[in-house]
Design a protein around this ligand. Structure first.
Ligand SMILES: Nc1nc2c(ncn2[C@@H]2O[C@H](COP(=O)(O)OP(=O)(O)O)[C@@H](O)[C@H]2O)c(=O)[nH]1
Ligand SMILES: [Mg+2]
Length: 307
């Protein structure tokens, strides 16, 4: 590594829920690292995703959306989102091109403006736009509120349109600096966190309304067996007794489906055969319970940039 030509930095991806922040990170990373769903508030933690090339290292910081909190878990998530705007090098402010600007985007804009961090406005989902003139309008309106936006562009995290341009703009604006993480590291979270997220993603995919949001997943056991199979035992928390049969499904069909889909993703990520054992447990009001929240949400970030 040559110190004088190597660029590095922390790039927080911010915006309201469901605009495509996690999808964008996976697309820029070139692989699936963080989970995605069509439902808002899927991402609950700060997750650093690390992209290392010969002459740069970008640490993308995925965050929960900036939103109005209704519960303790919501406050927790908002805190994470707002704190992730500190001590970083760049912000990608993501908005949804099709939806246009809503009040919730304006709230996000205020928080981002207050951070004073140089910001690139990323107008996502342009694959859904009929009138591309809308990109310019969104850009002008948000630049009026957010003085720290120095660049804006329309992209599609889904089709990949304009993503190499976005990556180039990011690299151009990164400072020269050290390689913060080893080059083979793609996230700062432990394996059991990533596994619990992949399980949670399937619950978001397969269940509806309050059920996915009421669910928490904890990996209780993770070990490699002698035959090379990775054994995973995980507990799925639900808030109400009535939610347990929904997760289990008729004759266990739902939990089987969750397990099958999650196992495939885990096997792909770890390049290893996986045996996944899932249990469902009722933990009343866990989303308002501070000690459970601390347990389930606190996967400590190992590295932060010191300032
Ligand atoms: N059409 C379209 N959909 C997208 C795009 N990016 C993300 N999505 C979808 O938007 C939804 C929310 O994505 P997600 O990444 O979880 O949003 P987040 O809450 O901001 O992290 C998912 O259904 C994605 O498939 C895009 O560029 N185009
Ligand atoms: Mg997300």
């Amino acid at each position: 590594m040559q110190e004088n030509t190597f660029k590095s930095g922390f790039v927080t991806v911010a915006g309201k829920p469901n605009v495509g922040k996690s999808t964008l990170i996976n697309a820029l990373m070139g692989q699936k690292v963080v989970i995605v769903s069509e439902k808002p508030q899927t991402t609950r933690n700060r997750i650093n995703c690390i992209l290392t090339e010969d002459n740069y290292q970008i640490v993308f910081v995925d965050t929960p959306g900036i939103h109005k909190p209704l519960r303790k878990i919501g406050e927790y998530m908002l805190n994470i989102a707002v704190n992730a705007l500190r001590g970083i090098d760049l912000i990608l402010f993501v908005v949804d091109a099709k939806e246009g600007i809503r009040d919730s985007d304006l709230r996000a804009a205020e928080v981002i403006n207050a951070s004073k961090v140089p910001t690139i406005l990323v107008i996502n989902k342009i694959d859904q736009l009929k009138d591309r003139g809308k990109i310019q309008k969104i850009s002008e309106e948000l630049r009026n509120i957010c003085g720290n936006i120095f660049e804006s562009l329309g992209v599609s995290a889904l089709t990949g349109e304009n993503l190499s341009l976005l990556k180039q703009i990011i690299i151009d604006h990164l400072p020269y600096g050290p390689q913060y993480y080893p080059e083979d590291m793609i996230t700062d979270k432990p394996s059991r966190f990533i596994i619990s997220e992949l399980i949670r993603e399937k619950i978001f995919l397969l269940t509806k309304e309050e059920v996915p949001h009421s669910t928490g997943v904890v990996v209780e056991e993770l070990k490699e067996r002698e035959n090379g199979v990775l054994y995973v035992r995980a507990e799925i928390y639900v808030e109400r007794k009535s939610q347990k049969p929904i997760i289990i499904g008729k004759n266990g069909a739902m939990i089987k489906k969750i397990g099958e889909l999650a196992r495939k993703d885990i096997e792909e990520l770890f390049e290893q055969k996986v045996y996944l054992d899932l249990y469902v447990r009722v933990k009343e009001k866990w989303r308002d319970n501070e000690s459970i929240l601390n347990n389930i949400m606190e996967y400590k970030t190992e590295f932060t940039k010191e300032r």
